[in-house]
Design a protein around this ligand. Sequence first.
Ligand code: SF4
Length: 458
Amino acid sequence: MMENEMKSCRNVNENPCNMCMPMGGIIALKGIAGSMVVLHGSQGCSTYMRRHIAEHFNEPVDVGSSSLNEKGTIYGGAKNLEQALDNVRRVYNPHVIGILTTCLAETIGEDVERFADEYKQKNGLQDFPLVTAPTPGYGQSHDEGYWFTAKRILVCLTETAPKHDRLNIVIPHISPADIREIKRILGLMNIEYTLFPDISDTLDRPHERPYTKMTSNGTALADIKTMSGAAATIQMGVTVEDSFSPGKYLKDTFGVPLYRVPLPIGMAGTDQFMETLQEITGQPMPASLAQERGRLLDGMIDSHKYNFQGRGMIFGEPELVYSITKTCLENGLHPVVAATGSRNARLGELLQPSIADGGEKIHILSETDFCHIKNYGEEAGANIAIGHSGGRYLEERAGIPLVRVGFPIHDRVGGQRLLSVGYTGTMLLLDRITNTLLENKHKSYRKKMFEQFYQAAN
Ligand code: SF4
């Protein structure tokens, strides 16, 4: 059940909780080894997105643009796109190029799939991997842009392949540190896998000299081609619509069994991931991971007495919001608002049983903005916000402290190093939440006690 009406907010999006669709598409493409992206549209789109992504990851982020001007807008942008593709090939020599559209290109009805085919024919590049994805900025949010582009990458690049033992691990947009943690867990379990898309070493590269424009890191093209023959796909994406789901595409097209699990955040979320791995591979959980699980349980017991005082507003990309909301619930912190800027009906459906469990109401907001999040949260007595740095609005206007997690984080460094998945990552996330509650409590509890005492005495 989604509820977005709040009279005190204007009937426009005021401080949006999401970004536009091609932004997510760029991030998905940056997870492919040797890839380069061209945005078909005006130059400002690519400048804005490069800056937005670069500020979060503190990395140089190159994104080409077809630089549509007035002439291209009226007569069609094929020439601009052709020139952009020529330039990108000459300067970067990429192994894969992704072409994403923007508001302008979609509004004038550009057929990029046809352009891509004609470009390949004209330049003798029939086998060159070109991925096209229509991603109008006004279409959906960056989250749908990410999933849709990830699916388009598979549609354009995956081929029929012989069966093999590797697992496909399809992930939502999470931090490079989270991706490395998932890879560590898979390594401890001795599992062969293709993790897709993998930005852990493309958008969080070690410092190197000489600097190279392209990196060989990311999901290898050869592995993407053979994802069709995998033993199974584990898609960390329970909120993803079927039409955007890479795992569903592999299942429907190539018969790869699909296991949908939530992000492994929280005890139950991580257990579900581990149990799925054990079910598919028959491998037991290694002793070292069992110890990490035990430490998390111990930490949950330690911090429960503080967390039960928490009333949280959780916001951001739906998959992250779902997993963090469940983690809060299992630690006694009541989520009063679970919100996303995306148009996502599944988030509400999935969280509904948690509400029906007899607990206090959770306001579940979809396609929302920070005005609504703030007002619903204040009304419900929220005392902590958990999400990306757009939530500083809540700190500034309502004095509610923010635990930063997700994308984008622009007002702090280290967003790419925030670890929140697995038993160890959950413990770190929980500590960040608990310590924020404690810090805030100690700032004001004497004043509050005095006020309560004064009121009682009068
Ligand atoms: S909303 Fe549209 S015009 Fe604005 S940056 Fe995104 S794609 Fe470009």
